[in-house]
Design a protein around this ligand. Structure first.
Ligand SMILES: [Zn+2]
Length: 269
């Protein structure tokens, strides 16, 4: 009894103390430590439509990866996917290559590497509005952009899975950017979502579409977020950037960690 009383008093004191902590200090729930990118071999392919700022992202994210200790190979050519030695040596592929065309041989080089266990991560159109004619590629990524009603607009992102290491402790946030309406594999692990208004297309009022997900293709981890039409859209929102960077770290451990079962059907059979 005495111990219980002491425990109560200790908790009360802690609560009293907590009330004096400024609001801007966030206490984030403990999540599984994300694996470091130190020593990871990363291939970063960039190109395609200029509106998605491949060069700016190459510099910003390339510097971040190097700062995290990754060994980064930057490539503006999809022919990197034909380089068997490179593709078997890398741990992670980051791709920002909007629309464009990929040859069957380049696509095969990419998907076979991921199938064998290389992780892949990307954002916005650089991963999921690339190579519209290539269905095996889309089978790997788990989603394809189909519309961004209204162009650059204000919208909300809801963190759906607060238990996942990529999104643990992150808060819902607002974006001023393109809100991607996507066709998404319903067997992915969705981490964040966004709800559409009917302002531009009245029939999608209330539609909820994934903003970030994890999935597996063969043995490879796939991470995607639809955020990031422009670099400053994502760097202006700390939780958005944090989610992307954590997702990259998670995918970067594809060859080194066992992956949990990510198949999570939303329909009953
Ligand atoms: Zn865009």
């Amino acid at each position: 009894m005495k111990n219980n009383r002491r425990s109560f008093l200790t908790k009360a004191a802690a609560l009293g103390l907590a009330s004096t902590i400024p609001f801007q200090i966030k206490s984030r729930p403990k999540a599984k430590e994300l694996p470091s990118l130190k020593g990871r071999k990363v291939l970063f392919t960039y190109g395609g439509w200029d509106g998605h700022e491949p060069l700016k992202y190459r510099d910003y994210m390339g510097d971040w990866l190097k700062n995290e200790g990754a060994e980064v190979t930057l490539s503006d050519s999809l022919d990197s996917y034909l380089d068997k030695d490179l593709m078997t040596s890398v741990d992670l592929i980051i791709q920002l290559y909007t629309m464009s065309q990929i040859t069957n041989e380049q696509e095969k080089g990419l998907v076979e590497a991921v199938k064998a266990g290389v992780g892949i991560a990307g954002w916005h159109g650089g991963l999921c509005d690339a190579f519209r004619n290539n269905v095996e590629y889309q089978f790997m990524t788990g989603g394809q952009w189909v519309a961004h009603p209204g162009g650059v607009i204000d919208y909300s992102v809801k963190i759906l899975d607060t238990g996942d290491e990529v999104t643990a402790g992150l808060s819902d946030f607002r974006m001023t950017s393109e809100q991607y309406y996507m066709h998404v594999d319903p067997n992915t692990k969705v981490l964040a979502t966004t709800k559409f208004t009917g302002e531009t297309n009245d029939w999608i009022n209330g539609c909820v579409i994934p903003v970030a997900w994890k999935k597996i293709y063969g043995k490879g981890r796939v991470f995607y977020t639809s955020l990031g039409h422009n670099l400053d859209h994502i760097t202006q929102e700390p939780d958005a950037l944090e989610m992307l960077q954590r997702g990259i770290k998670w995918a970067g451990a594809s060859k080194f960690e066992k992956t949990e079962n990510l198949v999570n059907p939303i329909y009953s059979s």
